[in-house]
Structure formats: C-alpha cells, structure tokens
Design a protein around this ligand. Structure first.
Ligand code: FAD
Length: 312
C-alpha cells in the first residue's frame, strides 16, 4: 500500500462532504438490480458551469443513483473534474464517479490525484487510459514515469486506495478503435476486471443487438461484472457524426437512414431522436441491462423526456 496520509498537492482545495448517501456504487449494487446515472463534462466557461449545476439540479429530481464527471484529454481538466464533483456531492447529496485517465501523467501525478479523491470523500472512479490531447496526434504515447494501459492504472488505484474506491472501466461493444479484433479487446476487458475493476460502462452504440452480442462475447470470456450501457441522446445528426468521430464510436446504417433525411428539420430530429433512444433503452432493459448510463452532455433535455417515457 502507498502511504495515503501524505499531504495532497497544494493545487487542490480539500473540502470533503460526508453523508451516508455518498457511497460506493458497488454498495448500491447490493441493494439494486439496476442503476441509472448521468454523465457530465467540465465546461470551459463560468456560464457553462452554471448551466451544468442547473441541469444537475433538475436531473437530481428524477432520482438517479449517481452522477459521473469526465476528465479532459491528457488530464487537462483534473482540477475542474474534482471541483465539480465536490460541488455536486455537496449540493445534491449524491455519489459521484470521478473519471480518471492516465494519459500524459506520471505515476506520482496519478497518486496525487488519487490521494485527493480519497481525502475528498469521493468513493467512485472510472479508470481509463484516455486519448491523447489533440495537439499530440491520435497515437497514444506513454510518458516517462507513466503508465501504458488502463489495467496498470487499476493496479495503482488498488495500491493507493485498497478497497476504499469502487472502480468502473470502459467497455467497447464494437471493439476499441485501436484494437485489431473484438475478441482481443474483450480479453483485455477481462484483464481490467481481473486487476480490480468492479463494473463496466460501455461506449455509446445505437442498436440493442450490439449490446446483446457484447454480453454474449464477454460472458464467453468469463466476465461476470455488471455491464451498464452508455446511452447518448440524439438531437442533431451532424453533431452526432462529429461526436462519434471524436470518441471513435461506430454509427450503424440505421442512424443514417433515419436521421440523414430529416437533418435540416431540428424539431423532427428531436422527436425522432427521443423515439429512437426510448426504443433502444426499452430493448436494452428487456435484454437484462443492469441499468442505463446517460451521456447527458450537461443538458436536462432530452434525457428527462426519455426518462419519463421509460417510466423510470
Ligand atoms: C464510459 C466511457 C467514459 C470515458 N470517459 C473518458 C474521460 O472522462 N476522459 C477521456 O479522456 N476519455 C474517456 N473515455 C475514452 C477512453 O479513455 C478512450 O476510449 C481510450 O482510448 C481507451 O481507454 P481504456 O480505458 O479502454 O484503455 P485500455 O483498456 O488501456 O485500452 C486501450 C487500448 O489498448 C488495448 N489494450 C488494453 N489492454 C491491453 C493489454 N493488456 N495488452 C495490449 N493491449 C491492450 C485495447 O484494446 C485498446 O485498444 C471514456 C470512454 C468510455 C467508454
């Protein structure tokens, strides 16, 4: 175990909010077969931040199990992620999951962030390799004194935090873009779980058959952890193409067929987007999905409408 009593780096203010509701997601699993959650990203402006807290306030009213906050490329939003999480936990008394990527950071940097996470009474981390920041090109490169794969980050988290943190990992139903095959990628997912990952949240996808096939493949590989589908609301066809290109998500033909013809009509896209995602979510839950993780993009709508239509 690494000594966690050392001082955390000065750049982080520590104001932990303690409440019995702020707990590990794995403890929630003991009571619930399904969990529902919303993901936010750290905005660049103060206005964006106010908007995030307003959205969180509305979405909190729906009774989600947890919120999560992403980590900028190359660790660029490390401080912002933590500040938002502290504020969300304090304002809304809800457990938050801190995304943590290893890219561009040394073991010491990551250990510092983890110590701060523990001291701040954050109980959940989504462990990720991360993608390089745009100025570094697309290819991932390990920094000196840093780590190469997510499973190494999981080892470090367990070394620093023991079982104080629940650890989620990313899963890729279509296989990760840099991996030559889905089977191999599934093998790597199993390694992440064997190294101490507790549950999986998936990359976004658009057909329930993709999830069903992923469940089958992961089950064959011996994965028993919960695999929560990540769901992206559809509001704008062109934005969707750009978003999927950035995060390496595959877009099925059906999405083009449904949304390309109505791309110039925002109202029709919005309506069809809600119908499409509601159907997808219903199919996923019927397949036995242990809940849904919504990429809400810091907006209340259309997630709230989707949530209500699902009767959650
Ligand atoms: C739910 C979710 C949330 C995300 N949140 C963020 C975020 O907040 N910030 C951010 O920057 N990015 C985020 N990402 C993106 C993620 O960081 C990237 O997709 C990244 O490229 C892969 O991360 P990973 O943790 O899956 O990496 P890894 O599991 O390390 O995999 C990276 C690559 O290496 C391969 N690989 C894995 N293990 C091995 C091994 N043992 N030997 C050889 N090859 C191996 C994999 O097949 C893959 O191609 C998120 C993704 C998801 C699905």
């Amino acid at each position: 175990m690494v000594d966690t009593t050392q001082e955390t780096p000065k750049r982080y203010p520590v104001t932990p909010f303690v409440s019995e509701r702020i707990r590990k997601i794995t403890d929630i699993f003991l009571e619930k077969d399904r969990t529902f959650s919303f993901e936010f990203f750290p905005p660049k402006s103060k206005k964006g931040l106010r908007n995030l807290y307003r959205a969180a306030e509305e979405l909190r009213k729906l009774g989600p199990d947890f919120f999560s906050v992403t980590y900028g490329a190359g660790g660029s939003s490390s401080k912002a992620t933590m500040e938002i999480i502290l504020e969300l936990q304090k304002r809304f008394d809800i457990p938050c999951m801190h995304h943590l990527t290893l890219v561009g950071q040394t073991r010491d940097d990551l250990t510092g962030v983890m110590r701060h996470i523990i001291k701040s009474n954050v109980k959940n981390v989504l462990a990720l390799r991360g993608d390089p920041p745009p100025d570094m090109g697309r290819e991932f490169r390990k920094v000196e004194g840093g780590l190469g794969y997510c499973y190494e980050l999981i080892d470090l988290i367990r070394e620093v935090a023991g079982d104080k943190l629940a650890i989620g990992v990313a899963g890729f139903p279509e296989g990760h873009v840099d991996c030559p095959s889905k089977e191999l990628d599934t093998k790597y997912l199993k390694i992440k779980l064997d190294h101490g990952g507790d549950f999986v949240i998936t990359q976004l996808f658009f057909e329930s058959a993709t999830y069903a096939e992923f469940l089958e493949r992961t089950s064959r590989a011996g994965v028993t952890a919960r695999i929560m589908p990540g769901v992206l609301p559809i509001t704008d066809y062109r934005k969707l193409l750009r978003f999927c290109d950035t995060c390496g998500a595959y877009i099925c033909q059906r999405i083009h067929d449904v949304f390309a013809p109505i791309q110039e009509t925002p109202e029709a896209t919005r309506k069809e987007g809600i119908n499409y995602v509601v159907d997808l979510c219903k199919e996923l839950l019927n397949l036995g999905a242990p809940g849904l993780h919504f990429y809400c993009l810091n907006s209340v709508e259309p997630v709230r409408t989707i949530w209500k239509r699902l009767g959650l």
